[in-house]
Structures are given as C-alpha cells and as structure tokens.
Design a protein around this ligand. Sequence first.
Ligand SMILES: C[S@@+](CC[C@H](N)C(=O)[O-])C[C@H]1O[C@@H](n2cnc3c(N)ncnc32)[C@H](O)[C@@H]1O
Length: 268
Amino acid sequence: MAGKMAIDFHNPKNKTSYSERKVDQSWKDMANRLVDINGKSIVDIGCGGGLYTKALMDMGAAKGIGVDFSLPSIETAEKTCVGIKNVTFQQGNALGTPFSEASFDVVLERALIHHIETMELPTCAKEAHRLLKPGGVCVWQDRTPEDVQQKASVEHLRGYLFEKYPALLAVDTRRRHLQETVLEALGSVDFSNIQSYTLWETRGVYANKEALKKSFLRREGRSILHELSDAELNEFTDYLLTKLNTLEEDHPLIDRDRWTIWVAQKPY
Ligand SMILES: C[S@@+](CC[C@H](N)C(=O)[O-])C[C@H]1O[C@@H](n2cnc3c(N)ncnc32)[C@H](O)[C@@H]1O
C-alpha cells in the first residue's frame, strides 16, 4: 500500500477532485426536510469544488458564500457556480473565518470534520455557532466509523475497496470521529435541538461498468483512493468489476455511501 499519498487539497492537480460529479436529488430532498433553505443566507465551509454550494443555491438560497482553505478548490468552485447570482467564494479556515458574528441562517460543513483534529472540533463548532443568526442552523455531514464499516454490496461499492485492501479500512476508520465525539463538540457550545440522522447518499449513477471504472481511476471525490498507488488502483478496479460480474450489462450502477448528518440550532 502506498500509504503516504493522502490527498493534498492545496495541490492544483487535485482541484477538480470534488467537482466532477452531480449532487443527487435525494441529498437536496433530505436537506430541504431538515432545514428551510429557501430565501436564506448560507455559508458552505470546506466547500471543495462548490458542488453543494451550487445545490443550496439551486434550492433557493438567497445568498451563498463558499469557503475553503485551499485556493485551487476555490477556483474550481467559482467555475462550478459560474452564472449563478449572489454566490461568492473566498479562502478561509473553518476554525476562524473572516465573517462577522450572526451573518448566516445556515452553515453547511459537508465532509469537512474528518479533516479537523478531535481536539479542535469544539473550536469548529464554536465558529459555526458564532456565524449563525439566532435560530440559524448548523449542518455537519460526515462518516462515523460505523458508517465507514458498512459491508460491500452492488450499491455500496466503497465496501469492496476495504474487502480488497483491509488496511484501508483501518486508515478510513481512524480519520473519522465517533458519533459521541461529534455530539460532544456540538454540545460544547450553546446549540439546541442537536439531532443526528443516517443518510445513504447516492454519489453516482453510472451508465455502465466502464464509466464506473473510469470514475474510480480518476479518484473522483474519494480522498481514500489517494492512499493507493496507480498499480493498486488498477488492481482494485479489476477486482470491483469481477464482483459486479453477476450483474447484467444494462443493470444500473448506483453507488451509495452511508453518512451521518448532524443538525444543531442556535437558540433565538
Ligand atoms: C472532502 S472535501 C469536501 C468538499 C465538499 N464539501 C463536498 O462535500 O464535496 C473537504 C474540503 O475541506 C477543505 N478543508 C479541510 N480542512 C479545512 C479547514 N480547516 N478550513 C477550511 N477548509 C478546509 C479541503 O480543502 C477540502 O476542499
């Protein structure tokens, strides 16, 4: 296993890693059930390629700002949202953003918190809380170790990665926060109504096995694949296609990942 190839978000080579797929309608439906987005001002922190900033704007947000500490990601996010009104992007750190207190109705931090050290998670929660208007809502989406350890199936392809390379499961589990740790961090600031939900998010629908293979080989939106060398990744895609052998050629390939969503409200 290559081991030391973790994704470098500041490397321009990785700038489209989080922008080359579409946000599935099921994510928008879920977000709409949890938070009223329409007419709201939102900040998407750790926005990556801006896919979810765009999704929130599509859902009717009145104003959006995407923040990421990686400049190449900001440039990609700007391209993702080109032509959309009232949305801007700027470089910043989730632990201390340049915005005034009570600036937003919604703070989204999707797939961000596993990049934050456990000891800094309360600071991340505190910053999200500071940015929210009274009544505003903070949404964190990430995987817990339990989410990561879900078994492989034809609808949970990431599981095959861990079947083939069990050491990667340990790597992925180690970088995820426990449910209790996240609840503790959110509970360490003055949030009310802290809830958590499970979401099987469709990350991709592929026309055929070749398209699926290409997506894996490009390491699209899957930072864990940066732990594998190109040769290992090739071996994995062959393994994956063997696992899908029993499926007919025209069987739709829908890849889902299990996530936990935490929602916390700033009291009025
Ligand atoms: C896994 S990507 C998720 C991107 C996007 N939110 C999504 O769900 O597609 C994580 C992003 O968080 C950014 N990031 C990591 N730590 C950060 C921090 N402390 N402050 C701001 N951005 C951060 C990375 O640069 C990267 O773009």
